[in-house]
Design a protein. Sequence first.
Length: 423
Amino acid sequence: MPLYWEKLNGWTAITDTFITLYANQPGAFWLDREHHPTNRHSIIGIGVPTTELPNLEEQAADLPFNFRPGVIGAFHYSQEPGDISVRSLLRVDRALVYDHDSKVIYFVAQVPSRQEFDEWHRAALLRIALTGGGMAAHELSFPAATVAELVADDEKNLYIEKIKLAQQSIAKGDAYQLCLTTRLRGEYTGDPLSFFLRLRKQHPAPYSSFLRVGEKTIVSISPELFISVHGDRVLSSPIKGTRKRSSDAKQDIELMNQLGQDPKERAENLMIVDLIRNDLSVVCQAGSVTVDSLLAVRSYSTVHQLVSDVSGKLREDQTSLDAFKALFPGGSMTGAPKASAMKILAELESSPRDIYSGALGYVCANGDMELAMVIRTAVFENQQVTIGIGGGITADSQPASEHEEIQLKALALADVLGARVRW
């Protein structure tokens, strides 16, 4: 099917455009990349629920960004390595792409005819022209999503006991790292979109997302790239290692330096880097897998994190979907060795992870993809909100400190919801 596109050399606030065109639409999505350090192309639109991944095909259009129509959505965490769940996906044949650097809006569609594209393009332009920049008024029209209380599936003492059980498995040699998780739950009132609008302002992140699929609304401020594929290059950027930020500049730098030098955090990150190198070696050309950045401290609104970048070049007989399966679920959210870690975690954890620890983003019909790790994410469904949290456990972990870390990771979402947390 042909791919059409047009460029608008004008600018309206993406919030205004999204609310005007898509706010009340089922299947609405917003992949927010305004705060990405290098690839500042946000994608908004609506899609149709699907359970099928795109059939990979060449697309000749020369566009100044990687996105092409395909599917957008969330891949749920699986119980087996390489098992990809397709329960929360949207088939997307048209979208708006905001280039935040050039201040240009692109209209992109893969539709049967130029006439169909032109009709959609003109209708969208007209509605955008009528938007008028009234963002504040638009935002006020949505009742704020709030939660009185979030309750942990595992109260503090139980979670600490599970950490100790995880360490027993590590001591027996069944794993050398385990990412133990739990969930916070509460009843909410209001509109999840208002939550996303406030969250992206207060806690900007490189892979923020809003997605409405079926009965679920997913709101994410993920800082972590699970996988990107562009052409034959595959990249994964695992995060392992966290420190709370300080409002005092001097202390904030000290905390950043502490994180970068912490032996336990460095060892934990290195274990996952090694796991991802091994996963990529299954689908990449021999000798092409490299660690482009190792143990870099990157700072976000509430935390400093320890991040590494691992990349490789796909073999000619492998596709981007093969790379996705080789890496999924992400090693930073399982532990290592992956298969053994996942079995242990399935026994320890109180409830299924669902979307949490999965992947969220786009898979294009030409095979390119960009998927964030589903962390720092709230899922709204049937008046209940669920937030997954977790942390990596090693033999050297201090259980009380590990529990403090998951409290820190929940802080941004809970605060914007106005929720107290019962641990």
